[in-house]
Design a binder for this molecule. Structure first.
Ligand code: ZN
Length: 432
């Protein structure tokens, strides 16, 4: 069934419809990027997506996420911050006649912080097009892919068809910090035979991804005047000593990864990152406190409870030998991602249908490359806990999470064509 050929005139009509809608697609993408949907501020961007889905006639489910519904589910990560306005938006297509396999298309609209605006050539939330690329925070990760999926569905309609199976178009938040947006759709009951997440993969399929955990290292002491400071009682300097201890744990974990069946051929797959540091009150008081927000990668199959125990033991041991911290042991607070790694399995049907759509666009015999990621995506929830094969595939983007993030326009068009032809193959088509 996955090889169900698409007759040449149908294929041509779909590709033409993508081309015809592409200028509007890029305008729509720019409007979407212009909305600064950073963490806890995603509401206006969700409004934008909900309106776009309603306008197209999808039945829209727009709900507030209640943490009480999620905290007992596998993959849950704790939230630190105001989650009261968190929402998920799903637009569903239900066909007049079901003949194919159902599909979830999921995009996250949360974006990472832009950093200092002066580091950008043009402002991060004023999308600009230069030399065939669109620049802007979130343009690549992953608004371009989400919009490509939406306009792929539009192209099918403009070519005179609808998917002959249920399609859920899911707009989620929190991908960059806990994954609770994706988890909320599963808790709500959305299911399908496959979930495609159009993350910026540069036309590759992610075969495997690591997991990650977030924690806050809290160093506390007693403020004193700098004139009486002993060298060991400075919370900021003590925090650096803890960071160095954790870097040794990172080395140790990567040595173990060299024997991992999936990641043995990847150099340094597990990264520890001290990502944000705050501490002290002013220049002439010895800092009595320091917080460090950290992230550490874990291998697929690595037990998270054991991994957390190793991190806590590493900090406790380093503190024991520390002149200041031995009397003031720091705390480790788990405050975000508690994400397991994921390896794609049992997805032959999905992959071969997708490869066929890829070959429709790039030529017979061409196949998408695969990669093993040292980062993570929301696919893990589908694959690990709900038996729904899921992978990412999307356009070419650069500097995601950096300055001058950008996405290549031509790659967006190719992805839109692939998505439309894949939906045609996977779901089948009804004439409308
Ligand atoms: Zn992303």
């Amino acid at each position: 069934m996955d090889q169900s050929p698409i007759e040449h005139p149908v294929r041509a009509a779909i590709v033409d419809a993508v081309e015809a809608g592409f200028d509007e697609q890029i305008r729509f993408l720019a409007d979407f990027v212009r909305i600064p949907s950073t963490r806890f501020e995603e509401g206006p961007a969700q409004d934008f997506m909900a309106a776009a889905l309603r306008k197209r006639g999808y039945s829209v489910d727009d709900w507030r996420i209640d943490l009480n519904d999620l905290e007992h589910l596998p993959g849950f990560g704790p939230i630190e911050g105001d989650f009261s306005r968190a929402r998920t938006v799903v637009g569903s297509h239900r066909p007049s006649e079901v003949r194919g396999r159902s599909l979830i298309l999921q995009g996250h609209l949360d974006v990472v912080p832009a950093g200092p605006a002066e580091m950008w050539t043009t402002p991060p939330f004023e999308p600009a097009i230069r030399d065939g690329w669109m620049y802007g925070r979130g343009a690549g990760d992953m608004k371009a892919g989400t919009v490509a999926a939406l306009f792929a569905l539009d192209a099918l309609r403009h070519a005179g068809f609808e998917p002959a199976a249920t399609v859920h178009f899911q707009s989620v938040i929190e991908e960059e910090s806990t994954g609770l947006g994706a988890l909320s759709t599963l808790q709500r009951g959305y299911r399908a035979d496959f979930a495609l997440l159009p993350e910026p993969s540069d036309f590759t399929i992610n075969r495997a991804q690591v997991g990650a955990m977030w924690f806050k290292l809290q160093v506390r002491g007693r403020p004193v005047h700098v004139a009486t400071a002993g060298t060991g009682s400075n919370a900021i300097l003590a925090a650096y000593d803890m960071i160095n201890a954790l870097k040794k744990l990172e080395v140790n974990w990567n040595e173990r990864a060299a024997n991992d069946p999936v990641y043995k051929d990847i150099d340094h797959p597990l990264n520890f990152n001290a990502g944000k540091i705050t501490g002290g009150d002013w220049a002439s008081s010895v800092p009595a406190w320091c917080d460090v927000d950290c992230r550490i990668g874990v291998l697929p199959g690595q037990d998270l409870a054991e991994a957390r125990a190793e991190v806590e033991a590493c900090v406790a041991e380093a503190a024991r030998e520390h002149p200041f911290l031995s009397n003031n042991p720091p705390e480790v607070v788990w405050n975000g991602f508690q994400a397991e790694g994921y390896v794609l399995e049992n997805a032959d049907e999905q992959e071969s249908a997708f490869a066929a759509a890829y070959a429709d666009v790039f030529g017979a015999g061409e196949r998408p490359a695969e990669r093993k990621m040292t980062a993570l995506t929301d696919t893990r929830f589908y694959g690990l806990y709900y038996g729904i094969p899921a992978f990412c595939f999307g356009p070419k983007a650069e500097n995601i999470h950096g300055f001058d993030e950008r996405v290549e326009l031509d790659s967006i068009k190719r992805c839109t064509e692939i998505f439309a032809l894949f939906i045609a193959r996977w779901c089948g088509l009804n004439r409308i």
